[in-house]
Design a protein around this ligand. Structure first.
Ligand code: CP
Length: 301
């Protein structure tokens, strides 16, 4: 079976650092067309702006051609074709598959039936490993290191797949975590047990103002409306946090605010003009990191 990226735990610490180093090369030289004989399939069963477009741009900048769909309603899935058959077909057309799907575990399943590498571009509330690699790249870019970072994860820690992948990846680098969430959306038990096993400290709070002064990276997340089964439960928590510039008076000078985006009201627009806002550059970094991931999985870097 070819090497895929389904969970961030599929990559060793050395592989993670290798991807970040290669991404740095791509940031310096944005177009290197050594994949001109390759076809990349981007198949998205769930909405996306950044992940799909940055994968497509990354593929184009590497010289590859792109096929795929952004809405499964326009495919034979609508006629009842199974995920297995869809993946087997796309494997015959493309050299690598990038897939986003709403069902947890779907990406792992796809990698087991595909004859080409599969990249998980998000599977339900489970994992978003390429987001994690671009998050790590951005943390290193802003802090000059990955070791001993104080990272405060805020918002929907239950359904937010980006925080789950990032927590696991940061465990290589002796972090300290603060988990800021409403009671209903706390970090799931299995991730806290994972940290306990590794002896990594974490604090939990529902008060966004509580630990801001010690934070290096403030990782804001959106409340994931699409994962709630009860709309009333979503209404209770949807506006729970709203970071504005007046709340940043006592933060560390180099504290950076990241967000996987899209944002709703959890970061007010007046934060965008502060030196702490880094989420748009973070999204740009996704392109370089995805160039590195594609090249690595195709054996070219
Ligand atoms: N960060 C992220 O996954 O954004 P999209 O949903 O727009 O791809």
């Amino acid at each position: 079976m070819p090497k895929s990226l389904i969970s961030i735990q599929d990559f060793t610490k050395e592989e993670i650092l290798h991807i970040l180093d290669v991404a740095e090369e791509f940031e310096k030289n944005k177009s290197q067309t050594f994949l001109s004989d390759k076809v990349i399939a981007c198949i998205f069963f769930e909405p996306s702006t950044r992940t799909r477009l940055s994968f497509e741009t990354a593929s184009n900048r590497l010289g590859a051609r792109v096929i795929g769909f952004s809405d499964a309603a326009n495919t034979s899935v609508r006629k009842g074709e199974s995920l297995k058959d869809t993946i087997k077909m796309v494997s015959n057309y493309a050299d690598l598959i990038v897939m986003r799907h709403p069902i947890e575990g779907s990406a792992r399943y796809a990698s087991e039936v595909a004859s080409v590498p599969v990249i998980n571009a998000g599977d339900g509330a489970n994992q978003h490993p390429t987001q994690t690699l671009l998050d790590l790249y951005t943390i290193r870019q802003t802090q000059g290191r990955l070791d001993k970072i104080d990272i405060n994860m805020v918002g929907d820690l239950k359904y937010g797949r980006t925080v789950h992948s990032l927590l696991q990846a940061m465990s290589h680098f002796s972090p300290t975590f603060t988990f800021t969430s409403p009671q209903e959306l706390m970090m799931p038990k299995e991730y806290k047990e994972f940290l306990d096993e590794k002896g990594i400290p974490y604090k939990e709070t529902s008060d966004l103002t509580q630990h801001l002064d010690t934070t290096d990276i403030l990782y804001m997340t959106r409340i994931q409306q699409e994962r709630f089964t009860d709309p009333m439960e979503y209404d209770k928590v949807k506006n729970v946090y709203s970071l504005n510039s007046s709340m940043l008076a006592n933060v560390k000078p180099n504290m950076k605010i990241l967000h996987p985006l899209p944002r709703l009201q959890e970061i007010a627009e007046d934060v965008d003009d502060t030196p702490h806002a880094y989420y748009f550059k973070q999204a740009e970094n996704g392109m370089y990191v995805r160039m590195a991931i594609i090249s690595y999985l195709l054996g070219k870097r």
